[in-house]
Design a binder for this molecule. Structure first.
Ligand code: PMP
Length: 296
């Protein structure tokens, strides 16, 4: 039927568990017409002990609430009830390694006024470990990230992803694997659906908050650097500066940690196998699956 569901797939929808194939949305939803909705991208993993574990569930549902509040959308769910619902929907679909997509959307409203209610759906589908087997050939995108004076760029709003789609499709049409977007000041911001880091002389750098989505994987990578005693600097930098780096990587819930092979015509000189990114990639994988890891 689709990559994402079949006749048996179950969704959580406004407090009920129902078949994806039977679920209906109102075509007059303000979200559908204007991109006025908020969502999350979460993953669950089968851990070493065989349990199902949603990685950073509280952080993701807290961000969903913060995104809804940033857009003045009514939001009346607790993180706890949505986490319970997510485990239940995973169980009903017999999934452990999954991608989880909660979406909060508006009722019928062809105007711009505030709504008195919101709807929520939580969909899940199978997704195995990704952890970039192949490093990416990245292109500096001519598309900038949306100006934070025009959008609540820290919110994970559906409409922002038109920008991501334009940049990603453009990079692929030009023969690259992925885009890297700059902000309105010409500083490196993020990928269409991932934050980025680079390594130079043993120090790790990442764009400061302000013009990017505050990624939960980004926060995890920062924590891991602290634990490992790796110096981490948040700052603004240009693509030209990035092209003096030893290595670089994207990170995000879906992408996990994935290295850059190149940016435009610049090939990162450090072999990925010896990079801090590779080390973080391995430790990230162990963390999400709750496996022990020997850190060298
Ligand atoms: N930036 C953008 C634009 C994204 O869509 C994502 C994916 N949610 C990220 C960064 C990474 O965020 P996270 O680590 O929370 O998945």
């Amino acid at each position: 039927m689709s990559t994402y569901y079949n006749q048996n797939t179950i969704l959580y929808y406004n407090g009920e568990y129902l078949k994806a194939a039977d679920a209906r949305i109102d075509l007059y939803s303000q979200t559908f017409h204007y991109g006025y909705g908020v969502f999350e991208g979460i993953r669950s993993y089968r851990t070493e002990s065989g349990d199902t574990k949603i990685f950073k569930a509280v952080e993701h549902y807290d961000r969903l609430r913060a995104s809804a509040e940033a857009l003045n959308m009514p939001y009346h769910w607790s993180a706890e009830e949505l986490i319970d619902a997510t485990y239940e929907v995973l169980k009903q679909n017999n999934l452990q390694n999954a991608y989880i997509r909660p979406l909060v959307f508006a009722p019928a409203n062809m105007g711009f006024n505030k709504n008195t209610e919101s709807h929520i759906v939580i969909a899940v589908w199978e997704m195995g470990l990704f952890l970039g087997e192949k490093n990416l050939r990245v292109m500096t995108s001519p598309w900038q990230r949306p100006n934070p004076l025009g959008f609540k760029i820290h919110a994970k709003a559906t409409g922002h992803y038109v920008n991501s789609i334009l940049a990603s499709q453009d990079a692929k049409a030009k023969g690259f694997d992925e885009a890297l977007l700059i902000d309105m000041n010409g500083h490196v911001a993020e990928g269409p659906g991932a934050n980025m880091f680079y390594e130079k002389d043993g120090v790790v750098y990442t764009p400061s908050l302000g013009n990017i989505l505050p990624g939960i994987t980004r926060a995890t990578v920062i924590e891991l650097c602290e634990e490992l005693g790796i110096e981490l600097v948040e700052k603004h930098f240009t693509p030209a500066e990035l092209k003096t780096a030893d290595s670089a990587f994207f990170c995000g819930t879906a992408a996990e940690v994935v290295g850059f092979e190149s940016l435009d015509d610049y090939t990162f000189p450090q072999p990925w196998e010896n990079s801090i990114g590779k080390k973080l990639q391995k430790i990230y994988k162990a963390k999400v699956t709750e496996a022990g890891v020997a850190v060298s």
